[in-house]
Design a protein around this ligand. Structure first.
Ligand SMILES: CC(=O)N[C@H]1[C@@H](OP(=O)(O)OP(=O)(O)OC[C@H]2O[C@@H](n3ccc(=O)[nH]c3=O)[C@H](O)[C@@H]2O)O[C@H](CO)[C@@H](O)[C@@H]1O
Length: 357
């Protein structure tokens, strides 16, 4: 079986796409190729994972000028034509669209050529690419029941998460505490600006605390500068990094995450059974990060601060309270695990096989 996986952009698209690719290769002997764009995270992560990546040009539609939008729409037929060529030469049995820039044209090409298609949608409300093709796809794998109505043949599978996240065992009741701060695959400016203001006081209040802070590639220098100005440049209990390649290991060592509520992040928190303090990204389409977070808050598996209410005092007291209460951290972690979908990737693999015939 040959499968073309289309899409990318942020980690939220690329990382589950890679989990699907590995499953199709390892469990079903499939030959898998990717199609993405030069500006997405796929350019690094896909070749690193050992898969072939074809690049197409697709413009941007969100948060750009009218001129850019018009150019993107005008270029769309070219993108679709390029994908038609790719589909004709690779002859996939199925095209999987994971959302993000390259997903729309590739799925349209597959639909035109009558190749079976599977859409993967992790968010409560689909992004543009999936919304455009949703009613034309052969099947769809989604994370929320309410999302099924946007697609044909949709099934709730949850989000594929690397097996290793499920293998993380709860930390023993040792004294050390580890806080992992991360803003999704891009980093979160609001966390990068808030943490340097409170880390000194937090470390003072909890002597056994260590903090790992992922800033996102673009914000590393500015965040380091804020820590420097706060007199924390040489603090041995603080590690600042632009991107964490070994997220499983970082999750395993952490007692609490302070993070955004992107779809894969939430699936990983559930798989690993970790407590979190969530600050949803308010500009996410249809406020979907808030919806992702609300599911966890309702299950008492996480706490939430909305960005507009994120003050120094509020953040400091929430983190201090949670980090000092080991029982509450353990309870939240257990409840988070109850929200996991341990068979998501197998179910998606089987859906691909089923529609390939
Ligand atoms: C700003 C924005 O539009 N965010 C969207 C984007 O988020 P984003 O790209 O942040 O996606 P997610 O939170 O879904 O996933 C982030 C992924 O990156 C990994 N990771 C992150 C940081 C790091 O240093 N190392 C690392 O490996 C995480 O383990 C996770 O697997 O896609 C998600 C899925 O469509 C959406 O729900 C988010 O709303």
């Amino acid at each position: 079986m040959r499968v073309l996986i289309a899409g990318g952009g942020t980690g939220g698209h690329v990382i589950p796409a890679l989990a699907i690719a590995r499953e199709l290769r390892d469990a079903h002997g499939a030959e898998v190729r990717f199609v993405g764009t030069a500006r997405g995270l796929e350019t690094r992560l896909v070749p690193e994972a050992g898969f072939l990546l074809e690049l197409i040009r697709v413009g941007q539609l969100k948060n750009v000028s009218v001129v850019t939008k018009l150019r993107t729409v005008a270029d769309l037929p070219l993108g679709v034509m390029r994908c038609v060529e790719l589909v004709r030469s690779f002859r996939p049995h199925v095209v999987v669209g994971v959302g993000g820039y390259a997903s729309g044209p590739a799925m349209m090409a597959a639909i035109l050529l009558r190749v079976p298609t599977l859409a993967f949608e992790p968010n409560a409300v689909p992004g543009l690419a999936n919304r455009l093709v949703g009613k034309w796809v052969t099947a769809a794998a989604v994370n929320f029941d309410g999302t099924r109505s946007f697609f044909r043949g949709a099934k709730v599978t949850g989000i594929p998460v690397r097996r290793e996240f499920f293998e993380i065992v709860p930390k023993s009741a040792e004294k050390e505490r580890r806080l992992l701060v991360f803003g999704g695959s891009q980093g979160a400016r609001v966390l990068n600006e808030a943490m340097p203001k409170i880390v000194g006081r937090l470390l003072e209040a909890i002597p056994e605390l260590e903090i790992v802070h992922q800033t996102g590639g673009r914000h590393e220098a500015s965040t380091r500068e804020l820590y420097e100005r706060a007199g924390l440049a040489a603090e041995a209990r603080l590690r600042v990094q632009p991107y964490l390649n070994e997220m499983v290991g970082e999750f395993a060592q952490a007692d609490l995450m302070l993070c955004r509520s992107g779809a894969s992040t939430m699936a990983e928190l559930a798989a690993a059974g970790k407590a979190s303090l969530l600050v949803p990204f308010p500009q996410a389409a249809d406020d979907h990060q808030r919806k992702n977070a609300d599911v966890f808050v309702a299950a008492e598996a996480a706490e939430l601060i909305v960005e507009s209410e994120l003050t120094e005092d509020r953040l400091l007291s929430a983190l201090r309270g949670m980090l000092l209460d080991g029982d509450w951290l353990a309870t939240m972690g257990e409840r988070a695990r109850g929200l996991a979908h341990p068979n998501a990737v197998e179910e998606i693999g089987e859906m691909v096989v089923r529609i390939s015939r």
